[in-house]
Design a protein. Structure first.
Length: 143
């Protein structure tokens, strides 16, 4: 990757409650990183963080986007959604805290590990959320 200075960028639309397609963005990003020969540990961390963010959009928001880019020194993932925002980001970062519905829990999701797993997998995490409007996660994995 060092000799190639090209930046790759992709954007994926994520639809509320679309469990049939949930995980497609993270799978596609994982394939791209493999094709580029990125270190397998970095691929795994990126895939986990992206999947967790993607599922949060599917489960908790009114839809949004996963924005992926890679340069010679970092992988950047943005997970930007529309509403309802996070009331208490500090609480949401606690393992096991979840606002998922019973229906979502019955599907095997909503254990309250999404944001904590993301934080563990990335080198830099910025969360911007406005209650009733949006949540934006901006993540970086350094190469």
């Amino acid at each position: 990757m060092k000799e190639n200075h090209m930046i790759i960028s992709q954007e994926y639309d994520i639809v509320k409650n679309d469990f049939a397609r949930a995980g497609e963005a993270s799978s596609n990003i994982k394939k791209i990183l493999r094709q580029l020969g990125i270190d397998s540990t970095k691929i795994r961390k990126t895939a986990i963080a992206t999947y967790e963010a993607e599922m949060n959009i599917v489960i908790h928001s009114n839809g949004g986007k996963i924005i992926f880019s890679i340069s010679e020194d970092k992988i950047k993932i943005g997970a930007h959604d529309r509403g309802p925002g996070i009331k208490d980001v500090g609480l949401a970062m606690e393992e096991g805290y979840s606002t998922a519905s019973n229906k979502v829990r019955e599907l095997g999701f909503g254990a309250g590990m999404g944001l904590p797993n993301i934080k563990r997998c990335v080198d830099n995490l910025k969360i911007d959320s406005k209650e009733g409007e949006y949540t934006k996660l901006d993540m970086e994995i350094l190469l």
